[in-house]
Design a protein around this ligand. Structure first.
Ligand SMILES: Nc1ncnc2c1ncn2[C@@H]1O[C@H](COP(=O)(O)OP(=O)(O)OP(=O)(O)O)[C@@H](O)[C@H]1O
Length: 449
């Protein structure tokens, strides 16, 4: 589903790669934590998956597509298959909960009827059915993050990328967010989450990939946060997140090194990429049913670290010397290991599957949408690179006012021709690429609590 082959990313003007020869594979249905000190490369990793940026060398396949082969014009369509959640929520402050979530569907041209069904469903799933009319500032931080998650998954993305989604939340609120993410994962969505939250990682016992200065030093199934990352976290002063939350307990028992299944050969470029709609109503309904069923069922950079070479997915990951849990890895392939005890609200945990999914290149069901899409598509080279947004096929909604320019993401070099991104407004279809911004503050909003 996500595969990195010898991927290196070196930003312009820097000598040391942010990611250094990364080889890994993430299967469909997996829940993966990315851990590591600040600056270790977690966000760079997520940006590459989203095709917000290009690797300096190496190849990345996502959903069966070679990202190097996706043209700029098709990037928004590719991104429809990805949902993204950020630490700072990024809701639209002037829209209520329902409209924030509906917006994603509106911009990709979903019918009013579909929206009227899908939005309540997803709000139910995240536990906000009763607060659909609230504005973001009338919600707690945890509720705002639930809205952001609902917005990210309402289009049933195959992959959910979460960049420190609990970073602004207290431990018990974070635990609730993780329960929601578990449900989404139980519905079949692959989740990749970058985090500094050791308690969550330790509690959930999912696959853990640890980065140190851009290299993978650990890849464990049912892993814990690890001492290396924790030491780096403590050194960074982010001690608040170290506190254990209510109901969060440290794991018992050894972690298991991630055992990668055999590699698959991705489909040839151009294979089945033009005929199928990106997200069919049937597929969306099917996914919605799955999510609903799941919901029902649920009712460092480390100072002392010596990075080891990133392992090949074809071989077991090296156990990290600073990770007690990894010191005695159980030689049991994790895929057959019994699942860890469920979180507060149990959700069925699906087996990851190796099934390349081919992303169609363009929608066929809405010719008008294609015209609008083309109007909203611009070359990505050299544009101010903002933040990633959930689902991304820009298509203007008639009643949607123009949006102001988004804040530039300082981490993305706008002058770098390798940088590929649309502003948040552009991704959400609020504004044509390159169109002037207005003064409304309807762009990004951080926590309001
Ligand atoms: N646009 C950029 N230009 C130059 N260097 C960059 C850019 N973006 C990231 N970097 C550098 O790349 C390295 C990895 O950064 P990245 O943001 O991926 O780390 P991170 O693990 O996500 O950090 P954090 O936990 O603080 O979010 C850092 O050294 C960072 O300074």
């Amino acid at each position: 589903m996500i595969r990195f082959d010898h991927v290196t990313k070196t930003y312009r003007g820097t000598k040391r790669p942010a990611l250094n020869s990364i080889d890994l594979e993430i299967l469909r249905g997996e829940f993966v934590f990315l851990v590591g000190a600040s600056g270790s490369g977690k966000s760079s990793f997520l940006r590459l998956i989203l095709k917000e940026d290009r690797p300096t060398s190496g190849n990345i396949h996502v959903l069966g597509q070679d990202l190097n082969a996706i043209s700029n014009r098709k990037v928004p369509y590719f991104r429809r298959n990805l949902g993204v959640v950020f630490q700072d929520f990024r809701l639209l402050p002037g829209k209520n909960v329902f409209d924030n979530v509906a917006f994603t569907l509106q911009v990709i041209g979903k019918s009013r009827g579909f929206i009227q069904e899908a939005v309540p469903d997803v709000l139910q799933m995240v536990g906000l059915a009763e607060k659909a009319n609230r504005l973001p500032h009338e919600l707690s931080g945890g509720e705002q993050q639930r809205v952001a998650i609902a917005r990210a998954v309402v289009n049933k993305p195959a992959i959910l990328l979460a960049d420190e989604p609990t970073g602004n939340l207290d431990p018990s609120t974070s635990a609730g967010i993780m329960t929601v993410l578990e449900r989404i994962n139980a519905g079949g969505t692959t989740v990749v989450m970058a985090t500094h939250d050791n308690a969550i990682v330790d509690h959930m016992k999912r696959r853990v990939i640890e980065l140190v200065t851009g290299q993978i030093v650990r890849d464990e199934d049912q892993g814990g946060y690890g001492m290396t990352a924790e030491i780096a976290l403590q050194d960074s002063g982010l001690t608040a997140e170290i506190a254990l939350g209510d109901g969060l307990v440290r794991p018992v028992g050894p972690a298991q090194p991630h055992v990668a299944p055999p590699r698959y050969t991705p489909p040839m470029p151009g294979t089945n990429t033009t005929s199928t709609p990106v997200v069919t109503e049937a597929a969306a309904a099917q996914a919605a049913a799955a999510a609903q069923a799941a919901a029902q069922a649920a009712a460092a950079q480390a100072p002392a670290a010596q990075p080891v070479p990133a392992h090949s997915p074809a071989t077991p990951a090296p156990a990290h010397a600073h990770t007690p849990a990894a010191a005695q890895p159980a030689p049991v392939p994790s895929r057959t290991a019994p699942p860890a005890p469920p979180a507060a609200t149990p959700a069925p945990r699906p087996e990851p599957v190796r099934e390349p999914v081919t992303v169609p290149a363009a929608r066929s069901e809405q010719p008008d949408a294609r015209e609008q899409y083309q109007a909203y598509t611009r070359p990505v080279t050299g544009q101010t690179a903002p933040v990633a947004a959930p689902v991304a096929a820009p298509q203007a909604h008639p009643s949607t006012p123009p949006m102001p320019q988004t804040q530039s993401n300082p981490r993305v070099d706008p002058a770098d021709p390798a940088t590929e991104s649309l502003t948040l407004a552009e991704k959400l279809g609020l504004r044509a690429p390159g169109a002037p911004a207005d003064a409304a503050k309807d762009q990004n909003v951080g926590p309001t609590t």
